[in-house]
Design a protein around this ligand. Structure first.
Ligand SMILES: NC(=O)c1ccc[n+]([C@@H]2O[C@H](COP(=O)([O-])OP(=O)(O)OC[C@H]3O[C@@H](n4cnc5c(N)ncnc54)[C@H](OP(=O)(O)O)[C@@H]3O)[C@@H](O)[C@H]2O)c1
Length: 295
């Protein structure tokens, strides 16, 4: 297939590209800078000059591709409304261009969907509408599954970790633990988070492109850890003690990450494994920490 990607130069995208190429696909991808274009060329990808804020480029590329994988996100944590607006506009451009074609449209989402229970692939994401987290784009894409688009939600665990990782929530937690000289967990540490190695996530995206049905969610979740287990692993890697942080102190201790780290976000990938034959084999979060990849 001729695949068009956004975010191909990113942490997850750069693990997806080799999997797609190994499966025989050709990849064109959005590049917003010369540095990103050069990195893409080195990875065997044809760069397409553009930006998330140029929907005409996204629509034109969707028209000429056999499939679209959308992973880019502005990730402007100081202005999440702008990230969400851009994400909504980009997905809107893609689904309109793909309507009625039957082409696959895989878009990034996350398992950080608090439903008060273990999140499964069958659970709908309640975030809908432009003002919702991520601009409600998973729900928007799912709407188009009934309008001739093979939409697939790629729900990544909140910890996508790996070698060379100075990236994401795990890197933030390590930085905070280093600064504080202690590795915090929340209250009794029983709240759950999930994790996946970025190489396993990359392999899963290629499997989802090949076989995930329209309107489905795929869970990139290899393991479930409590906040205590994460804090222990970070503490061991840094040589600092784990400490309990009272729930009303998480903002003070962890900053903006506190509200998220305090959430209980269990998620299962049973259906993903059954449907797509995905078997995560790469290093676990604790193994990556112990190997020194974050320290
Ligand atoms: N990593 C995780 O733990 C995690 C967990 C759950 C969900 N997700 C979601 O998965 C997706 C991929 O995450 P990631 O960790 O791989 O992200 P990342 O490393 O931050 O990469 C972001 C990608 O988006 C591109 N990008 C950013 N702003 C852009 C713009 N204005 N126009 C065009 N491209 C732009 C970047 O291009 P440049 O190379 O030019 O910067 C890069 O390729 C995101 O949607 C993210 O929210 C990630």
């Amino acid at each position: 297939m001729n695949v068009f990607m956004t975010g191909a130069s990113g942490w997850i995208g750069s693990a997806v590209v080799p999997e797609l190429r190994a499966a025989g696909h050709t990849v064109r991808a959005l590049a917003r800078s010369t540095a990103s274009a050069d990195a893409l060329r080195l990875a065997g990808v044809e760069p397409v000059d553009g930006d998330l804020d140029r929907p005409e480029v996204l629509a034109a590329e969707a028209g000429r591709a056999d499939a679209v994988i959308h992973l880019a996100n502005k990730h402007d944590w100081s202005n999440p409304a702008e990230s969400n607006r851009a994400e909504r506009a980009a997905v809107d451009a893609f689904v309109r261009a793909l309507e009625g074609t039957g082409k696959p449209f895989l878009l990034a989402s996350g398992t950080a969907i608090p439903i008060g229970d273990v999140l499964t692939e069958e659970d709908r994401n309640p975030a809908a509408g432009p003002d919702a987290p991520r601009g409600g784009t998973e729900a928007l894409a799912m709407e188009y599954a009934g309008r001739g688009v093979r939409s697939v939600a790629l729900r990544f665990a909140p910890n996508v970790h790996g070698a060379g990782g100075d990236h994401g929530f795990l890197a933030q937690l390590v930085r905070i633990a280093r600064e504080r000289g202690a590795s915090g967990y929340v209250g009794d540490g029983a709240n759950r988070w999930t994790a996946v190695n970025r190489l396993d996530a990359g392999a899963l995206v290629a499997l989802a492109l090949a076989g995930a049905p329209a309107g489905s969610a795929v869970h990139a979740v290899a393991e479930t850890l409590t906040s205590r287990q994460i804090a222990d692993a970070i503490g061991a890697a840094l040589g600092v003690p784990p400490v309990s942080v009272a729930p009303d102190q998480v903002g003070e201790h962890f900053g903006w990450l506190g509200a998220i780290f305090a959430m209980d976000l269990p998620a299962s990938a049973e259906l993903t494994r059954q449907r797509l034959g995905w078997v995560p084999t790469r290093a676990t979060l604790a193994e990556d920490l112990a190997a020194g990849h974050y320290t």
